[in-house]
Design a protein around this ligand. Structure first.
Ligand SMILES: [Zn+2]
Length: 161
């Protein structure tokens, strides 16, 4: 009897250890739908306010980089938006309400101004504010200080911001 309890105890410890080492990091269909719905809203707003009917694919990827999201270019044109999956799972509301409009504002800024403006200059800020009902300040949170560092190296490597 004692050894049975001992076995169950060991099995439980192993089980908890596995749970701890491999926490569930799954994206549900509802998450994907929610992000894509927000993107659709931004596309619609962009069409209404700026006349562009432009779409880029949205990727939610695991990354070691301490960056919430990034907008990447190809041939000078917005190519895709990448969202940090781990950060999304930790704070989905923040990503939907803040990170996605932030990245989308880079799409619109690039369409309007090409490469003639700073990444987070006043033109980008005005676009972001016009698209987002929340807020668009970039450098308030600690994460965004780190983000900016990674962005600049990412920009050099891939041409994203
Ligand atoms: Zn940015």
């Amino acid at each position: 009897m004692k050894s049975l309890f001992f076995s169950i105890f060991i099995a439980s410890v192993v089980f908890l250890l596995v749970l701890f080492l491999y926490p569930e990091q799954t994206l549900t269909q509802a998450d994907i739908d929610r992000l894509n719905q927000k993107k659709q809203d931004l596309i619609q707003k962009t069409h209404t306010l700026y006349g562009f009917n432009y779409n880029v694919p949205l990727y939610i990827e695991e990354t070691d980089k301490r960056v919430w999201g990034a907008m990447l270019y190809s041939g000078g044109m917005p190519q895709k938006i990448v969202i940090n999956k781990g950060y999304y799972l930790e704070n989905p509301d923040y990503v939907v309400n803040f990170v996605l409009p932030h990245e989308w504002a880079h799409v619109v800024a690039r369409l309007i101004y090409k490469t003639s403006i700073r990444s987070h200059g006043e033109e980008w800020l005005a676009i972001c504010k016009s698209l987002s009902e929340i807020r668009c300040d970039v450098r308030v949170q600690d994460e965004f200080v780190a983000e900016e560092k990674i962005r600049s190296s990412l920009r050099e490597l891939l041409g994203g911001e």
